[in-house]
Write a protein that binds this ligand. Structure first.
Ligand code: SER
Length: 316
């Protein structure tokens, strides 16, 4: 039986991935970790407080809990990274190298590490962005993810480390809030709508970005990690597509549920980040290599999230 360590488990993706991994591998075989103390992270199952920059502590945790797989999700995202560029680089890079080293010395067998659409830049083709294309990211986050992709590929080729990765679009869920990203507005908008409040959007109305409903993102992650390694032709990171939409499109969809819902647009520094990213992704390689297919379109995602959040706020 594999024992799994999730690093950054208290984040937007981690919260949901931990539950899915517990279902798949058994609750006792998943160790959730985050830099925050347990009291701040409401996590069901085994939890440890771990700073992934402390290599010694990471090694000790892996040995103590007999870990064989690591899902390394901790990162500083695109918007926050611009205020703390050197810290973002340090955290995003060093932590990945610590985990890859565990693979190189044979301590763990399999690694999942997320990359992002942020690896693309202003000169990347915007529509149907291919797997292999021009990549000149302009954010520290994007630079660190692109460098990370090269390190993953390097450790795979040079040392045979079984590391797998996807370039997530903006992830949209209702269980926890994202922090410090450029796509965060697409989660916040639901929280405001459901509470009957107007929404102020930090991106322009027509800014189309690649997004994905959390359930699809979790399924993609598990599917890639379960895929036959001989079918995987990409060891840097796979393009992954879900739904592309702009603030005015998601607003219109939410308005079908809440006709009174109002929006205003106050673009800030995040507009330039969004403008440097693609608006749609071609993920044919992921489809071919590990049979990837998303299940949620904008309408289905919207009604699911509104249903769950309405229930959540009624209970509170
Ligand atoms: N959601 C991320 C961000 O906005 C993109 O990977 O930074």
């Amino acid at each position: 039986m594999d024992k799994i360590l999730v690093i950054g488990a208290g984040g937007q993706l981690g919260t949901e991935l931990v539950s899915a991994l517990q279902l798949l591998h058994g609750r006792e075989n998943v160790v959730a970790s985050d830099i925050r103390p347990e009291s701040e992270v409401k996590m069901d199952g085994t939890y440890i407080c771990l700073d992934v920059l402390d290599e010694q502590a990471l090694h000790e945790a892996v040995i103590k809990h007999e870990i064989s797989q690591v899902y390394h999700l901790a990162a500083v995202l695109s918007a926050r990274g611009e205020s703390h560029p050197l810290f973002a680089w340090d955290l995003n890079m060093k932590s990945l190298l610590h985990v890859l080293e565990l693979g190189r010395i044979g301590r763990i067998k399999k690694i999942f590490w997320p990359s992002s659409i942020a690896v693309f830049g202003p000169d990347t083709p915007k529509e149907n962005t291919p797997q292999y294309t021009r990549m000149n990211p302009t954010t520290v986050y994007g630079i660190s993810k692109l460098a990370g992709e090269r390190w993953c590929d390097y450790y795979y080729r040079k040392y045979g480390v079984d590391v797998r990765s996807v370039r997530y679009p903006g992830l949209i869920g209702y269980k926890s809030l994202p922090g410090g990203g450029t796509t965060d507005y697409a989660v916040d908008i639901f929280y405001q709508a459901v509470q009957g409040r107007p929404f102020s959007c930090f991106l322009q109305a027509g800014t189309r970005l690649p997004m994905m409903y959390m359930e699809d993102a979790v399924n993609a992650t598990l599917k890639l990690m379960q895929a036959d390694p001989s079918r995987l032709s990409v060891r840097s990171s796979y393009n992954l597509a879900g739904i592309s939409f702009s603030p005015d499109e998601i607003y219109a969809e939410i308005k079908t549920h809440f006709p009174e819902f109002a929006i205003s647009y106050q673009p800030d520094y995040r507009q330039a980040i969004a403008d440097s990213w693609p608006s749609g992704i071609d993920d044919t390689v992921a489809q071919n290599d590990w049979d990837w297919q998303p299940h949620f379109d904008l309408a289905r995602m919207t009604s699911e999230i509104i249903g769950h959040l309405t229930e959540q706020f009624q209970r509170a």
